[in-house]
Write a protein of this length. Sequence first.
Length: 135
Amino acid sequence: RTGAATDRVLADLASQESQQDARARASDVLGRFVGGEITRYFWGGFSGYLDVLGLEAPEDMEARITEAPQQVQLLLIPRDGSERYGAWVQAEDGVPRGVACSGEGSPGRLSRRGDQLQCPPGWRTLELRGAGRRG
């Protein structure tokens, strides 16, 4: 292949690599967010601040934290691309549970299957790379 076809293939590969890198960095932060919030819950309640958990959002992503009674959410929105990343931690009957997901647009409501939180409709579960690790 030469010319425009090669350029298109190379651009597609670069875009896929960039998205995989963003997903890996988001997964690391979200995993540590879920673990940190579960720990904080047992020490008195969730935190609405990343710095309290010793975390920072990736430089190329905007972080939005939303708190409500017995739950907290972190949404990471990359400046480029359409995929977003979110983590939710909810406590029910004194037991905190978390899930991390990726998807496009605004996430809908979470659901539960048994004792597991499920991603909002149209969003996919992310493997939590940062779970159980610090710094």
